[in-house]
Design a protein around this ligand. Structure first.
Ligand code: SF4
Length: 159
């Protein structure tokens, strides 16, 4: 379960690799599902509720999660699903609730409604203002960036 709140109620964000989100359901598109099955075997993906998802281990954590010195380490970090790259951000073209002002984000003359999972441990951490983070998240969501490094928000541009 996630608890989406409008981005204006958050000041900053930086992933601290607590691993909490690695227990959430991770939906993957069919192209992603085929890629992971080809690279890592059929048992890393499961299908239910009319969708593909990354499989969980017996402890409830993602099948690709390792722990390194107490910190969550994604073993497919540079190839992780789009849903994981975007987390804890959720972007829509229409507001989810009657809270359009707190979620509205104006970006290059376009309006987006941006929500953040209030349960992410990285909320209000880090030094990069949340509106700067969201710009990169929207570019990735629009497929104009190839990659986002969650811990320090390094990005790679599409060529
Ligand atoms: S995105 Fe948030 S919940 Fe997930 S590992 Fe980073 S700080 Fe923890």
């Amino acid at each position: 379960m996630v608890r989406p709140v409008g981005w204006r109620s958050i000041s900053s964000w930086s992933c601290i690799r607590c691993g909490r989100c690695c227990r959430l359901l991770v939906p993957v598109k069919i192209g992603e599902a085929l890629y992971y099955q080809k690279e890592y075997g059929a048992n890393v993906i499961e299908y239910f509720n009319k969708g593909f998802h990354l499989k969980k281990k017996g402890d409830g954590y993602c099948i690709f999660l390792d722990w390194v010195k107490g910190r969550a380490h994604c073993s497919i970090y540079h190839f992780r699903p789009k849903a994981c790259v975007l987390y804890p951000f959720y972007i829509y073209k229409k507001p989810l609730y009657n809270d359009s002002e707190i979620a509205l984000f104006q970006f290059f003359n376009e309006q987006y409604y941006v929500y953040i999972d209030a349960d992410c441990t990285g909320i209000n951490r880090g030094y990069i203002p949340i509106n700067n983070v969201i710009g990169n998240i929207i570019l990735y969501w629009m497929e104009k960036l190839d990659f986002i490094e969650s811990e320090n928000m390094h990005v790679l541009k599409r060529v």
